[in-house]
Design a protein around this ligand. Structure first.
Ligand code: AR6
Length: 193
């Protein structure tokens, strides 16, 4: 599913973030930047040890929730990995929506500051951190759309959703945000619908 907004193009695809040929991919990291499972595990496995070496050297203090840091991408097809720390879901009354939106904004700002024309996001916080996916999708898309409209960059923002249910949640939320219907489904980085 592809949507042309005033400030750039927004895409939803189902797939694996580590295969994306974009300038920057986003990692769903933790505050210690210590690696883990899910997206984080996949990125470090495929990208090789250089990513963790750079992370330890440049960001020994880790990264606060709601923020992000950037490294090179090792053996991955992208140029950069942006390591974002989304909130752990604790019922929704601990500032989770603001922290989630902030994580997305930090990633986009880092991408623009590093001359990235394209960026791919996973669904931050909706795996190990248990953020309800339909709520996360609404917050994530609203944050990205607002950034694109304000800054008119990066040119392409792609959400790479791992499973069907997550894809559907984002497609539904994009419809709510933009009025675009979820029928224009696309798979893989090059297709559009
Ligand atoms: N490509 C795209 N999406 C993926 C991939 C992949 N290769 N693998 C999993 N997902 P999670 P979080 C989906 O748990 O909730 C780690 O241990 C997954 O199905 O990766 O932010 C970190 O070290 C889900 O929809 O991230 C942290 O400690 C989404 O990505 C913690 O987990 C996010 O799931 C972060 O938890």
């Amino acid at each position: 599913m592809r949507c042309r907004l005033e400030g750039g193009v927004l895409e939803l695809v189902q797939g694996d973030i580590t295969l994306q040929q974009v300038d920057a991919i986003v990692n769903a990291a933790n505050r210690r930047l210590a690696g883990g499972g899910g997206v984080d595990g996949a990125i470090h496995r495929r990208g090789g040890s250089a990513i963790m070496e750079e992370t330890r050297r440049r960001y020994p203090e880790g990264c606060p929730t709601g923020q992000a840091v950037i490294t090179a991408a090792g053996e991955l097809p992208s140029r950069f990995v942006i390591h974002a720390v989304g909130p752990v879901w604790r019922g929704g009354t601990h500032g989770e929506p603001a922290l989630l939106a902030s994580a997305y904004r930090h990633c986009l700002a880092l991408a623009v500051a590093n001359d990235c024309r394209s960026i791919a996001f996973p669904s931050l916080s909706t795996g190990a951190y248990r953020y309800p996916v339909s709520r996360a999708a609404r917050t994530a898309l609203a944050a990205v759309i607002e950034f694109l409209e304000e800054r008119e960059a990066p040119e392409l923002v792609r959400f790479v959703l791992f499973d069907e249910a997550t894809y559907r949640a984002y497609a539904g939320a994009l419809g709510e945000n933009t009025g675009v219907s979820g029928s224009g489904r696309s798979r893989g980085p090059r297709s559009s619908g």
